[in-house]
Ligand binder design. Structure first.
Ligand SMILES: O=c1ccn([C@H]2C[C@H](O)[C@@H](COP(=O)(O)O)O2)c(=O)[nH]1
Ligand SMILES: [Zn+2]
Length: 162
C-alpha cells in the first residue's frame, strides 16, 4: 500500500455531515436543523442547531407547531440553527465565511447571515421554499450578494459507532 486513501470525505460532504450531526442535537420533534460555518480556507469556525435559549428548558417550553395561542408553540421561543451558529462564534469576524445548513435559512436568519458578512450558503433541504419567509430570505440574499446553492448529494452513507 503506497498511495493515499481515495474514499475520504470531500469538503462538502465533511461540512454538510458536521452540520447534520449538529442537527441531531436538536430536541425539535418535527424538524432538526444543523449548521456549520466554515472559513474561506476550509476551517470550521462554528456550529449550531435549533433549540430554546439557555435557561428555557426543553422540557417546559412547548414543541408544538400549532396552538390556540402562539405562546403555546415553539415558534416564538426557538433559536434557529444559523443564528445559534453565528452567536456561538467568539473568534471575531465571520466576514467571507461559508455556511452549511440542512434547511434553507428563514428571513430572520438571512438578516443575521448578511449582517455577519457571510458570503455563501450551502443548503440541503428547501421544503419551505414557497413561504414568504424563504422568498424574502432569497430576495435579501440576492440584493446583498450572498450566494446560495443546494448541496449536491453524493448519497454516501457513513456509519459512526458511538
Ligand atoms: O432558518 C431556519 C428555519 C427554521 N429553523 C427551525 C425552527 C424550528 O425549530 C424548525 C422548523 O419547524 P417546523 O415544524 O418544520 O415548522 O426549524 C431553523 O433552525 N432555521
Ligand atoms: Zn431562521
Amino acid at each position: 500500500m503506497s498511495g493515499k486513501r481515495e474514499d475520504y470525505l470531500s469538503w462538502d460532504e465533511y461540512f454538510m455531515g458536521v452540520a447534520k450531526l449538529s442537527g441531531m442535537r436538536s430536541k425539535d420533534p418535527n424538524t432538526q436543523v444543523g449548521c456549520c460555518i466554515v472559513s474561506q480556507d476550509n476551517k470550521i469556525l462554528s456550529m449550531g442547531y435549533n433549540g430554546f435559549p439557555i435557561g428555557c428548558s426543553d422540557d417546559d417550553f412547548p414543541w408544538a407547531r400549532e396552538g390556540d395561542d402562539s405562546l403555546e408553540t415553539k415558534y416564538v421561543y426557538s433559536t434557529h440553527s444559523e443564528l445559534n451558529a453565528i452567536l456561538n462564534y467568539n473568534g471575531g469576524s465571520l466576514a467571507g465565511a461559508k455556511l452549511y445548513v440542512s434547511l434553507f435559512p428563514c428571513n430572520e436568519c438571512a438578516k443575521a447571515i448578511i449582517q455577519a458578512g457571510i458570503k455563501e450558503v450551502i443548503f440541503e433541504c428547501d421544503k419551505y421554499a414557497d413561504t414568504a419567509s424563504v422568498v424574502a430570505s432569497k430576495k435579501m440574499m440576492d440584493a446583498s450578494g450572498v450566494r446560495y446553492h443546494r448541496y449536491q448529494r453524493t448519497n454516501r452513507e457513513i456509519q459512526i459507532q458511538l
